[in-house]
Design a protein around this ligand. Structure first.
Ligand code: SDX
Length: 389
């Protein structure tokens, strides 16, 4: 029998193949809502604009894990727990010290997160409580892993986490070896808030799929990191910065409009643009655009910002495609002195809150995730001995 071609498929028997699962509703969730036409994002009832203006990352973590905001006592208790869990076990630090210094930071974060499973908080017997404790531990430990690897690969001493301060403050302190100013802390905190949760994106779907086999939360998060790392997903922020820095190398010759048009003419993608759900401006990009503008002016990187705006205008006029969260986050991180290959790790440090919230939700009402594939190969072939193939 010849191979089945997709165009020959009996559409009565197989009415639809949703390439990329586009438009498929796979779960119900209380974690977030995206209106792709309006450009609206809600985390557990709260508009992202409200959270960006008022919340801290720690409050957002509580919100995602509990579907409500914490009161003062609850927030203080969560902050205390996060601080207590910041230290990373010695065998994980040994791995970070001994691995290839040229390894991708996301690959190191993925492997180290997987190792954390061997040192998970003691179990209480209440699985929901245990998942929450494990979620807190991973959220607390990821910044320590990222900062430690960056210091080791640059031949610097690892800086131990502080026993105080926000996640954002402590991360910048461990990364740079000095306490950050309020503006850098607030910028990092805003970025953590904006990246925390986003519906059924590829990495969250991966997390829920792993959870659905009743595998552990560390496996689910490790798998999710693998999914986020790709340039079509979280890896796009690093790609955006590399694109801008390559342009910068061209000096006077740099022409963002011609660059964008040429890429489009060659049917190549411009990183940081387009989205499966948003058909308008990503609401997170508004906040990051404002930050990028302000910080670029302050730090003398205006040209990078101006090029970003020129690319944006060209993408809009040529293709009617808007930027996503990864476009302006790149120049924001750059302006606070973070190396481009760490950008996706920062996304991970934030999204771990959303992934683990979805793990909790999936585990509470689980059914194995197991879709079907349409077989288009041949059938019943005769066996050919190896020396005859
Ligand atoms: C994230 O899902 C989430 O929620 C993800 C995320 C989250 O918070 O979790 O929001 C984070 O992953 C953001 C996306 C980061 N990725 C990029 O910036 C990479 C560049 N963008 C794309 O490759 C693309 O837009 C995707 C992957 C984001 C979405 O892909 P789709 O939905 O499969 O769309 P598509 O590739 O089929 O594109 C549809 C059309 C095509 O044109 P036509 O063939 O119809 O003429 O739009 C064009 C595409 O060529 N297009 C682009 C483009 N994105 C889409 N053209 C040029 N540059 C782009 N970036």
């Amino acid at each position: 029998m010849a191979k089945l071609k997709l165009q020959d498929i009996d559409t009565n028997e197989y009415p639809h193949i949703n390439r990329g699962l586009e438009g498929i509703i796979a779960f119900s969730t209380t974690k977030s809502s995206i209106d792709g036409q309006k450009g609206e994002l809600i985390y557990a009832g709260y508009n992202i604009d409200t959270l960006a203006e008022n919340a801290t990352f720690e409050e957002v973590c509580f919100l995602l894990w509990n579907d409500r905001l914490p009161n003062k006592q609850e927030l203080d208790a969560l902050k205390k727990k996060l601080i207590e869990e910041r230290k990373v076990p010695d065998p994980v630090l040994d791995y970070i010290k001994n691995t290839n210094k040229d390894a991708e930071p996301m690959a190191v974060l993925r492997s180290a997160t997987s190792m954390l499973a061997d040192f998970a908080p003691e179990e209480t017997g209440d699985s929901n409580q245990d998942y929450q404790n494990q979620a807190i531990a991973m959220t607390a430990q990821m910044p320590t892993i990222v900062a430690a690897f960056d210091r080791v690969r640059n031949g610097k001493e690892i800086v131990a986490p502080l026993k105080e301060g926000s996640t954002a403050f402590n991360f910048l302190y461990m990364l740079n070896g000095e306490k950050p100013g309020t503006q850098a802390e607030n910028t990092m905190d805003l970025c953590l808030i904006l990246h925390a949760e986003h519906g059924m994106n590829a990495s969250t779907f991966t997390c829920r799929t792993i959870c659905s086999t009743e595998s552990d939360i560390y496996s689910a998060v490790t798998g999710a990191i693998g999914a986020l790392k790709g340039p079509l997903h979280g890896g796009a922020n690093t790609a955006v910065m590399n694109m801008l820095l390559n342009m910068d190398k061209q000096g006077e010759q740099a022409d963002p409009v011609a660059f964008t048009k040429k890429k489009l003419a060659n049917r190549e993608k411009i990183m940081g643009f387009g989205h499966r759900v948003y058909k308008t401006f990503d609401p997170r990009a508004y906040h990051l655009r404002q930050k990028s503008k302000a910080l670029s002016e302050e730090t003398g990187h205006e040209t990078l910002y101006e090029w970003s705006e020129a690319i944006l205008e060209t993408m809009k006029s040529e293709k009617n495609i808007d930027p996503n969260v990864d476009f302006f986050s790149a120049t924001v991180y750059y302006s606070i002195g973070i190396k481009p290959d760490l950008y996706t790790c920062i996304f991970t440090m934030s999204r771990v809150s959303g992934w683990t919230a979805h793990y909790l939700e999936q585990a509470a009402n689980n059914r194995l995730i197991r879709p079907r594939a349409l077989y288009t190969g041949e059938k019943n072939l005769d066996w050919v001995p190896i020396d005859k193939r």
